[in-house]
Design a protein around this ligand. Sequence first.
Ligand code: 5GP
Ligand code: ZN
Length: 113
Amino acid sequence: MNDCIFCRISKGEIPSNKVYEDDKILCFHDLDPQAPVHVLIIPKKHIASLDDVGEEDKELLGHIMTKVKDIAKTLGLENGYRLVNNCGEDGFQTVKHIHFHLLGKRKMTWPPG
Ligand code: 5GP
Ligand code: ZN
């Protein structure tokens, strides 16, 4: 997926401000932060969205979930945080490579509707 911006970031072809990296996943600061702390956690494997996750991706998605608390701790989010996935058109997903937004250092409000 040469045209996928997050694949290019994970390969280092586009620079990013990295927070965490291992062989399977990458976490980097969002270009347009919506909170004092706003990072994105992505698998290095190209999966377009949550709608495209397969049985074979269970371990990879589980790996992301187990790393969230460690990344949050690194970023000083002891007081809590929000983890968000936008999926598809109604979810307002703009980058078609699955990613989880980790937002913190701001009092979150639930969407009013
Ligand atoms: P989505 O709207 O798909 O859930 O979120 C995509 C996110 O990626 C947005 O918050 C946007 O600011 C961020 N983003 C888009 N392009 C880049 C980029 O090239 N670098 C970084 N660091 N973030 C990006
Ligand atoms: Zn991709």
